[in-house]
Design a protein around this ligand. Structure first.
Ligand code: DQA
Length: 139
């Protein structure tokens, strides 16, 4: 099982700042990940939450299973140490994905507290970043 975990406000994709995040809806993102997983012959579970405790529970589940994770921590990227500490427990790969290029945006978005504990980071490639992350994990 590979977990694709999405943080706050990503359920609003499609209508949320489309000039930055595009017009693809969250459901389109889920469908795309499931179809990529089918092509790769793996099982993927795609989740989204606006609640910190829920994200930490999902990360702990991945820790217990030794599973790989694709994570878009959304705004938590920039300040959430509890999410970072849960990520540090992972034994599988962790690919941090951002739809937008956080380095081209406000200065406070340039820093990620997650990246130091991630296997790798993809930013600015739109939702294609999720596909590339899944392909990398399966390689
Ligand atoms: C994001 C970038 C974050 O800065 C922002 O808070 C998000 C989405 C992205 O996918 O580009 O919610 O992680």
């Amino acid at each position: 099982m590979i977990y694709v975990l999405n943080g706050p406000n990503l359920n609003r994709l499609g209508t949320r700042e489309p000039d930055i995040y595009g017009k693809t809806t969250y459901q389109d993102l889920v469908d795309m990940c499931l179809s990529v997983a089918e092509d790769l012959g793996v099982t993927v579970q795609v989740e989204q939450t606006n609640a910190e405790h829920q994200m930490i529970e999902w990360l702990h589940r991945a820790v217990d299973e030794g599973a790989d994770v694709v994570l878009n921590p959304a705004a938590w990227t920039h300040y959430n140490i509890a999410i970072r500490d849960a990520c540090a427990l992972l034994r599988g790969k962790l690919v941090e994905v951002h739809i937008s290029n956080i380095h081209q945006r406000e200065e406070w978005r340039h820093h990620s507290v997650i990246s130091a504990v991630a296997t790798g980071v993809i930013a600015g490639l739109g939702i294609d970043g999720y596909r590339l992350a899944l392909e990398h994990i399966c390689r």
